[in-house]
Design a protein around this ligand. Structure first.
Ligand code: ATP
Length: 239
């Protein structure tokens, strides 16, 4: 079976800065892959390249076995790729239900499934509330729900745990596990919450200064000295 996502020698420079340098990685179908690294490591740039928002780069990107290098972001979405952003993309003038309906309508999901998912996460009480009245941690998790209920084949989740309460963090774990186990979604989880990444991911990739310094089974990566070193100064208690 072909990889869900494959990056081959991907690189990009901004002026004199090599933000991503010769990164190759392969994500298997149904995998939850962690992508970690300190601030400025190039994680979001790699997501932008993968999503097709940054198309002038070196190397190749393959999605579900198809070479999508140079292909527009909108086409990659229709081919099964979705991403979330660090800031939730909720329309604040619409209710949560309307936001979720829009997400379902944009993808392959169905509304009943979306509402069940919100009920399972104990979030149904927000459905008729306008986005502008919903607290940030709730918006943040509903943003991930929106992405999941559209049923992409591959989801790039950019810092979904940032700003979550401990309780919402548990909900995020359930949500991502459900997406993978019941919807067979492939997920790339970009996170500063390193314990969360090691809780959820079988394999972890580590970027530092644009370079992939570790890539492999979570237990092995956790032990690698360079990984711990890359985190020194940005919260070594997380490494
Ligand atoms: N469009 C751009 N123009 C110039 N420099 C950029 C651009 N986008 C990113 N950079 C730089 O590339 C480097 C990698 O940035 P990126 O946002 O990908 O890192 P990151 O690992 O996602 O960081 P964070 O964890 O803080 O979100 C940084 O030095 C950043 O300033």
């Amino acid at each position: 079976m072909s990889a869900a996502l494959e990056l081959e020698k991907v690189g990009i420079s901004f002026g004199g800065l090599r933000a991503v340098d010769n990164v190759s990685l392969t994500v298997a179908p149904g995998e939850i892959r962690g992508l970690i690294g300190p601030n400025g490591a190039g994680k979001s740039t790699l997501v932008n390249i993968t999503a097709g928002e940054q198309r002038r780069h070196d190397g190749r990107v393959r999605l579900l076995g198809q070479d999508v290098t140079g292909v527009r972001a909108t086409k990659r979405i229709s081919d099964g790729l979705a991403r979330t952003f660090q800031r939730p993309e909720i329309a604040t003038r619409l209710t949560i239900r309307e936001n979720v309906e829009l997400a379902v309508g944009s993808g392959r999901g169905d509304l009943a499934e979306a509402e069940k998912m919100l009920a399972d996460l104990d979030l149904s009480g927000w459905l008729d509330i306008d986005g502008k009245h919903v607290p940030y941690p709730v918006l943040k998790i509903i943003d991930t729900v929106r992405a999941v209920v559209a049923r992409p084949a591959v989801l790039l989740a950019d810092e979904p745990a940032a700003g979550l309460t401990t309780e919402d963090r548990e909900k995020l774990v359930d949500l991502l596990r459900t997406a993978r186990d019941r919807m067979e979604m492939t997920i790339v989880l970009i996170e500063h919450d390193v314990p969360l990444v090691f809780e959820l991911c079988e394999r972890v990739s580590v970027l530092d200064s644009g370079v992939l310094i570790a890539d492999g089974p979570a237990d092995e990566v956790r032990r690698r000295a360079e990984v711990i070193e890359a985190y020194l100064g940005v919260g070594s208690e997380n490494a």
